[in-house]
Design a protein around this ligand. Structure first.
Ligand SMILES: [Zn+2]
Length: 181
């Protein structure tokens, strides 16, 4: 029996040594252009692992750190669907300015309209005003429309357990917006 001890020990060490490299690999899938800061990646790893343990499913990240252009794109999609930015974002003035750029340019087509919105966001960022936490590497969106009611409840629990992250549920398209505290 004693012969097994070194073998098990070696196996255990092997597992321990192999673990850090394995842990680096994302435990979640993402859209092609998603960029995430190391701290957000670490939080998502913890959430994804626990969520998988309890549901057998992996989470899918649809958005992470955004450039001003990507932020304009995301806001354009909301406006096209009839949403008002002034109701979605806390900074009323900043949201109104972006919304105004949309109204002024929407007849010129999607590309030009998003470019006009991007310029407004860039000007805001230049003076230290960030309409969204996605602009400062501290937010990520997780898809929720393919999750069952129970899975969504588990996700909320897991985020609360993991800590350090606040959760907001947003409607179009349905997703969980996570923010580092
Ligand atoms: Zn978000």
């Amino acid at each position: 029996m004693r012969r097994w001890v070194p073998v098990s020990l070696a196996l255990l060490l092997g597992v321990l040594i192999a673990r850090p490299a394995h842990a680096e690999r994302p435990l979640y899938s993402t859209e092609a252009d998603v960029r995430l800061a190391p701290q957000m990646h670490a939080a998502l790893q913890r959430i994804a692992r626990r969520f998988h343990e309890r549901t057998g499913r992996w989470i899918h990240v649809t958005s992470g750190t955004r450039t001003a252009g990507q932020q304009a794109d995301a806001m354009y999609e909301k406006l096209v669907r009839g949403q008002r930015l002034t109701r979605l974002y806390r900074d009323f003035e900043a949201a109104s300015a972006i919304q105004q750029a949309y109204r002024d340019h929407r007849r010129q087509g999607r590309g030009r309209c998003i470019a006009a919105m991007r310029r407004v966001i860039e000007q805001q960022v230049a003076r230290g005003c960030y309409i969204s936490r996605h602009l400062v590497e501290s937010a990520a969106d997780v898809r929720s429309r393919d999750l069952s009611r129970r899975e969504r409840a588990v996700f909320r629990q897991v985020v609360a357990e993991v800590g350090g992250v606040s959760l907001l549920e947003e409607g179009t398209p349905p997703h969980f917006h996570l923010q580092l505290r």
